[in-house]
Design a protein around this ligand. Structure first.
Ligand code: NDP
Length: 329
């Protein structure tokens, strides 16, 4: 194998066009690690924020983005016995996947259902685990309840709509275009609303029986966060998962008191340290995947040298489903 490979390198923080294709050394797997030939990398909004230096953790440069990916195990480091060369695996966490090869801890690989393509495997972990935790672990959704899913045609949004329907919830889906709302309906959303509908607060409250929505997956933030409070039912739960608007949001705790609202933060990275929550999410998701009730929605796919465009399209709200980059293309 050649010792150099093509990879995306971020040398300084900024908008997507700071990313460059460079030749870098092929990484060597250490003890307990494996090297994977990367088939597909799931691009999350978090990747865009990390490149901009706006993520929840500090981004150290230079680095190669790519935290969620799938590929074929190519070589094993010392002491690895739980995976075999030639096996398709998915990985989550860290960085470095926007390259021909990436190294991961063997203990942390996620088995891939036999019927998933590489792109589907790369589109699954972040969105589906986050959606599950938002709806169930933290959201405590009950069958028959209404849930509001924002950015419903995106990666997390499509996962949330599918999972919510599979759990027997009624879904109100919001998105910015009619085309995106159609995708949400195709996935089972019961009520769909344009994100900029001037009467959206009242329409959401009416859709959920006039009393507001008991569960909201909040991913837009900024001014929209206040609207989520207004859309919530008494004793409603608002799960704060994202801030796609990148605007400041303000919360006056007294407002929560008036209607007994609960606002809960969710960050998948820290929840992954909760072994019990992760195991029960994995078990539930495995069953749902096997039943065919949930299938990752792969959105647009790009070659490695189109990474800037992939990130920019995600940022510009042009994409639906999970944006995937295929380094081997
Ligand atoms: P998406 O595929 O959902 O893409 C982002 C979407 O956000 C856009 O398509 C757009 O949908 C919506 N959006 C709303 N307002 C804006 C805005 N002002 N600028 C840009 N986009 C906007 O991405 P992801 O699935 O990766 O992430 C969705 C959200 O969930 C993000 O906020 C992300 O940070 C968060 N997230 C958080 C996780 C956690 O652990 N806390 C894990 C996974 C995701 P539309 O055009 O329909 O409004």
């Amino acid at each position: 194998m050649s010792e150099m490979m093509k990879a995306i390198v971020v040398g300084r923080l900024g908008p997507p066009d700071v990313m460059e294709v460079r030749e870098i050394p092929v990484p060597q797997p250490g003890e307990g690690e494996i090297r994977i030939e990367v088939e597909a990398v799931g691009i999350n909004f978090a990747d865009v924020l990390a490149v901009a230096g706006e993520y929840l953790t500090r981004t150290r440069v230079p680095y190669t983005p790519g935290m969620e990916f799938a590929g074929i195990v190519e070589s094993l480091g010392e002491g690895v016995s739980n995976v075999q060369v030639g096996q398709r695996v998915a990985c989550l966490g860290g960085s470095g996947a926007l390259a021909k090869y990436a190294v991961a801890k063997a203990a942390a690989v996620i088995p891939v259902p036999g019927n998933f393509t590489g792109a589907q495997a790369a589109a699954f972990p972040v969105s589906y685990f986050t959606a599950y935790h938002g709806l169930k672990t933290l959201g405590r959704a009950q069958e028959g309840e209404w849930v509001l899913v924002q950015a419903a045609a995106g990666a997390l949004g499509t996962a949330s709509v599918q999972l919510a329907k599979a759990m027997g919830l009624n879904v109100i889906a919001m998105a910015s275009t009619e085309e995106k709302l159609q995708l949400a309906r195709d996935l089972g959303a019961d009520v769909t609303l344009l994100q900029d509908d001037p009467d959206r607060v009242q329409k959401v409250r009416d859709a959920a029986g006039g009393k507001g929505v008991p569960l909201i997956l909040e991913v837009v933030g900024g001014r929209r966060f206040q609207e989520s409070l207004d859309m919530a039912a008494g004793q409603g739960r608002i799960i704060v998962i994202g801030n796609a608007s990148r605007e400041e949001a303000h919360l006056r705790p007294v407002e929560l008191m008036k209607r007994n609202l609960t606002v809960t933060g969710l960050w998948l990275v820290s929840l992954m340290n909760d072994r019990e929550a992760t195991m029960s999410a994995a078990q539930a998701l495995t069953t749902l995947v096997a039943s065919g009730k949930v299938t990752p929605q792969v959105g647009p796919t790009y070659a490695l040298n189109e990474s800037v465009r992939a990130f920019q399209d995600l940022l510009d709200r042009k994409t639906t489903g999970k944006v995937v980059i295929e380094p081997g293309r």
